[in-house]
Design a binder for this molecule. Structure first.
Ligand SMILES: [Zn+2]
Length: 353
C-alpha cells in the first residue's frame, strides 16, 4: 500500500493513480516553486500536495507519522525574493537576503505566539514549528469543510441570512481572539472555512516590525486596505474589522470591494442597492461607511461591526414588531375618537335643524 500525496488515503501500488482523489502515483511536471511531495520535516511530518499559496508562503496537505493524522503544513516562501533549488531547499536572491531572513524570523515568532494560544475553537490550532530546508514551517490542524471562496464559486452572491449568520460567528471568534490579545490579520474568502458545525479561521497574518522590511513582505491581502499596513500596532487593531466587512460585502453583493483601485481613482465602492442587492438600510449605511471611509478611524471596531451586521437588523425587527403592536393597540381608540366626532356632528346638525 502507498499513501496518496493528494489526499493522504492509502491504496495499492499497482494502481497508477489514487482511487479516492485521482492524484497520480508518479508526479510529473510539479510546479518548481513547490516542495517535493514526500519530503519529511522533523523526522515526523510528511509534506503532500500544495493547495494554496499567498504572499506569506505555501500550504500543503500533510501527514503526521507519529499520531497518524492528516495535517496542514505552511511553509514560509516569499515568492518575489526567494526561490527553490532542486525541489527542496529555499534560498533568497542575494540582494534580498536580509529581508528574507527578517521575514523568516517574523514568521517563526508569529507562529510561536499562535502555538502558545492553546486550543481555540474558531482557529485551526498550531501544533508544531521548525526551521528546515532554508526556511521555516508550522504544522496546523487540518480543517474539513469548504472555504468561503469555494462556496462563492458555486453560489454567488450568498443568501443574505446565511452570510449574516457566518459573519456573526466570525465576529465572535475575532472578539474572543481580541480578548486573548490577538488578531487574525489575514482574513479573506480563502482563509475562512465553513465546517459542518462552525466556521474556522486558517492562515493567520504575519507582520514585520522592521519598517524597512515592511511594504515588501506579506502585504497582498486584497481584503485589507493598504493604509493600515503602515503602522504595525494599528494594523493588528484594524485589519480584522476591515477585512471582515469586505468579506461580508463580497458574500452579499457577489463583487469584490477593491479598496486600493477605487481610492486611487477617487471612486466610491458601490452600495449593495446600486448593485441591485437588497440589504437592510441600516446595515448598508454602516457597511458602506466602513468600506468607503478612512480605515484608520478609531470608532470602527468589532463591536460596531457586529451592531451593523446583526443588531441593526435585530433592532429594526423589534421596532417593526412594536409598531405593529402599537397600531393594534391604538386601533380601537381611533375608532372611538371617530365615533365621538360623528356623534358630536350629529348632535350639532340636529341642534342646527
Ligand atoms: Zn488521493
Amino acid at each position: 500500500m502507498i499513501k496518496c500525496m493528494g489526499c493522504m488515503e492509502e491504496y495499492s501500488e499497482k494502481k497508477q493513480e489514487c482511487p479516492y482523489c485521482g492524484y497520480p502515483q508518479e508526479i510529473k511536471n510539479i510546479n518548481p516553486s513547490y516542495q517535493t511531495p514526500g519530503t519529511i520535516l522533523s523526522e515526523r511530518y510528511m509534506i503532500g500536495r500544495a493547495f494554496h499559496q499567498d504572499s506569506i508562503g505555501i500550504s500543503y496537505l500533510g501527514w503526521d507519522n507519529l499520531i497518524e493524522k492528516k495535517i496542514v503544513i505552511k511553509e514560509y516562501f516569499p515568492e518575489n525574493i526567494a526561490f527553490r533549488i532542486d525541489g527542496r531547499e529555499i534560498v533568497s536572491e542575494p540582494k534580498w537576503e536580509k529581508l528574507y531572513e527578517t521575514g523568516k524570523k517574523a514568521f517563526f515568532e508569529e507562529t510561536q505566539n499562535w502555538g502558545q494560544l492553546g486550543k481555540f475553537h474558531g482557529i485551526a490550532n498550531v501544533y508544531d514549528q521548525m526551521m528546515q530546508y532554508g526556511t521555516a514551517y508550522y504544522v496546523r490542524e487540518w480543517v474539513p469543510g469548504r472555504t468561503i471562496r469555494e462556496i462563492v464559486e458555486r453560489e454567488n452572491p450568498v443568501i443574505f441570512g446565511q452570510a449574516r449568520s457566518w459573519m456573526r460567528q466570525l465576529i465572535q471568534i475575532l472578539l474572543e481572539l481580541q480578548q486573548a490579545g490577538r488578531a487574525h490579520g489575514n482574513l479573506s474568502i480563502d482563509n475562512i472555512v465553513v465546517t459542518d458545525e462552525e466556521i474556522k479561521l486558517i492562515n493567520f497574518g504575519m507582520r514585520v516590525n522592521d519598517s524597512k522590511a515592511r511594504g515588501k513582505l506579506f502585504e497582498e491581502n486584497p481584503y485589507i486596505p493598504r493604509e493600515i499596513y503602515e503602522d504595525t500596532e494599528l494594523f493588528w487593531q484594524k485589519a480584522d474589522v476591515y477585512a471582515a466587512a469586505a468579506v461580508f460585502y463580497r458574500m452579499v453583493t457577489g463583487e469584490m470591494p477593491h479598496f486600493q483601485e477605487k481610492r486611487i481613482r477617487k471612486e466610491k465602492i458601490k452600495a449593495p442597492a446600486e448593485l441591485g442587492v437588497w440589504v437592510h438600510p441600516e446595515t448598508e449605511k454602516g457597511l458602506m461607511a466602513i468600506l468607503n471611509g478612512d480605515p484608520k478611524r478609531k470608532e470602527i471596531n468589532l463591536k460596531k461591526l457586529e451592531q451593523i451586521v446583526w443588531t441593526a437588523n435585530q433592532g429594526m425587527r423589534e421596532k417593526n414588531r412594536k409598531r405593529e403592536e402599537s397600531r393594534n393597540y391604538f386601533l380601537p381608540v381611533f375608532v372611538g375618537i371617530e365615533g365621538v366626532i360623528v356623534v358630536i356632528l350629529a348632535i350639532i346638525l340636529i341642534l342646527v335643524w
